[in-house]
Design a protein around this ligand. Structure first.
Ligand code: FAD
Ligand code: NAD
Length: 468
């Protein structure tokens, strides 16, 4: 290999790829990052985490201005929606953050190569885009090509009436009726955005609950809150086909267990039934890289594929499709390349649904712990009894801790409530450090704050809660 070869070529600039590239450069690896789109940041910055949270925040302001201020003694005359400004603000947030990644690349002298990357061999990546293809010689290749929205067979996206999350982030007007397929994070978050802005929202879900896989009791609490806000749920049903008729969509819906189909009509149909790994045109299969039955690249604990010198991280491999999981895998992967002992603790990956209230969890659900034969204590504390939540006017939700009965270690935490996304951090750190419920219970928490509910839940695990 020539001396001017890169030490590492990263394909994909999402949170997995760009963070890996920065860490690799910090560790002294001569690094290039290939991205097919003109903007860095991948799904998360451009069409995922960031624009969805920008709209969640804006739509929350709109709803609070309409309905939430009077109770605080704040009178507003007229509240009107300017959707174009809301979208423009979201676009600026995205623009600023993607420019931030460009700046970080320059700072770390990472070569940014725009175009579609394809593995020619384990030491060569061909980049095609505008102009002639360019070949990058490299000692290692890191695949961080992420994922794309999955589809329901029988339902074709048209980008206007039948949409996936990307289009649902840019709807030019508020649909009167929004039908959502899938009660996962995307369905609930984007369903919440458009409901707050004025849509009638109904969510169809194949399973018998929202956010399958999370703690059942906590998901139920969130479901009730969302129902009170006006979102309707239909469980145990599956969307089969859909067709656009004029300005509406007709959706054929069947019971998941089989039976008579019915027709539902909406103005926009949002299909949010998961995402699939994206490896089209990558050349990985041709090179002999192993994939699993769900199209994910198979890696070992050091993120090595079966082809020497080729690695993979993020949404394109197994595990939860989350930005922070991709980031931490990127860091651990390149640290291992550089001889540093990086690792990812998959037992401690937080998962947040950014509805209001939010649902945040880490570790084992109560039912998963019991199913695994673990004897557990469960401590819960409702926000209704938390002084700060009361002052904020937040009544919904609770903190729930799942604690190993033998060791008192916290093995799971599930929060439904205001700022649950921030509150979960304390519990992620506690679990990383092997803390017990007693450790949390004896840690002084500032008063009056929402985290006091965490302390009270820890006390509740041994029947000593003070405020209920
Ligand atoms: P990606 O971010 O998908 O990036 C992959 C990049 O690779 C893309 O830029 C793509 O263009 C590029 N690429 C692919 N193939 C090639 C090629 N051959 N050559 C060059 N470039 C290529 N996660 C959270 O943790 N929190 C959230 O709040 C959250 N919200 C979300 C909201 C929505 C609407 C969506 C859709 C997702 C959300 N996610 C969230 C999930 C998160 O976006 C992903 O888990 C994360 O982006 C995965 O990072 P990644 O680096 O693996 O891949
Ligand atoms: P998901 O897998 O989380 O949820 C999809 C839901 O659709 C499931 O509940 C499933 O049972 C249901 N479903 C599937 N087919 C169906 C059908 N035909 N009819 C009715 N219901 C059906 O997927 P998602 O919400 O699309 O999100 C995709 C990925 O993006 C997830 O992995 C998620 O972690 C990630 N994401 C994360 C966040 C966050 O962290 N806040 C936000 C958005 C997306």
């Amino acid at each position: 290999m020539s001396d001017d070869a890169f030490d590492l070529v990263v394909i994909g600039s999402g949170p997995g790829g760009y963070v890996a590239a920065i860490r690799a450069a910090q560790l002294g690896l001569r690094t290039a990052c290939v991205e097919q789109y003109p903007r860095l940041g991948g799904t998360c910055l451009n069409v995922g985490c960031i624009p969805s949270k920008a709209l969640l925040d804006s739509s929350e302001h709109f709803e609070v201005a309409q309905k939430g201020l009077a109770a605080h003694g704040v009178r507003v005359a007229e509240v009107a929606l300017d959707l174009a400004v809301m979208h423009a603000r979201k676009d600026k947030v995205v623009h600023d953050l993607t420019r931030g990644v460009e700046t970080l690349f320059r700072k770390h002298k990472i070569e940014r190569v725009q175009g579609r990357g394809r593995l020619v061999s384990a030491s060569e990546v061909e980049v095609s885009g505008e102009g002639l293809p360019r070949r990058l010689a490299t000692r290692r290749i890191l695949i961080a090509t992420g994922s794309k929205a999955a589809a329901v067979p029988g339902i074709a996206y048209d980008g206007r009436r039948i949409v996936h999350s990307t289009d649902a982030l840019t709807l030019p007007e508020v649909p009167a009726r929004l039908l959502v397929v899938g009660a996962g994070a995307i369905g609930l978050e984007l369903g919440s955005v458009w409901r707050r802005l004025g849509s009638d929202v109904a969510v169809l879900e194949f399973m018998d609950r929202i956010v399958p896989g999370t703690d059942t009791g906590s998901a139920k609490l969130l479901q009730r809150s969302l129902e009170r806000q006006g979102i309707q749920f239909r469980f145990g049903v599956s969307a089969r086909t859909a067709r656009v008729i004029g300005e509406t969509v007709e959706v054929q819906v069947e019971p998941a267990a089989g039976g008579e189909a019915e027709t539902l009509v909406a103005d926009v149909l949002l299909v949010a039934v998961g995402r699939r790994p994206f490896t089209e045109g990558l050349g990985a299969r041709e090179l002999g890289v192993a994939f699993d039955e769900r199209g994910r690249i198979v890696v070992d604990a050091q993120f090595r594929t079966n082809v020497d010198g080729v690695y993979a991280i993020g949404d394109v491999i197994a595990g939860p499709m989350l930005a922070h999981k991709a980031e931490d895998e990127g860091v651990a992967c390149v640290e291992r390349m550089a001889g540093v002992a990086g690792h990812v603790n998959y037992d401690c990956i937080p998962n947040v649904v950014y509805t209001w209230p939010e649902l945040a969890s880490v570790g084992l659900s109560e039912e998963a712990a019991r199913a695994a034969g673990r004897a557990v204590h469960v401590g819960t504390f409702p926000f209704l009894a938390n002084g700060r939540a009361k002052a904020m006017g937040e009544k919904d939700g609770q903190v729930k801790l799942v604690v190993d009965a033998a060791t008192d270690r916290v093995i799971g935490a599930h929060i439904v409530g205001p700022r649950a996304s921030d509150l979960i951090a304390e519990l992620v750190v506690a679990m990383e450090l092997g803390a017990s419920a007693e450790d949390l219970a004896r840690t002084v928490h500032a008063h009056p704050t929402l985290p006091e509910a965490v302390k009270e839940a820890a006390l509740a695990a041994s029947g000593r809660t003070i405020h209920i």
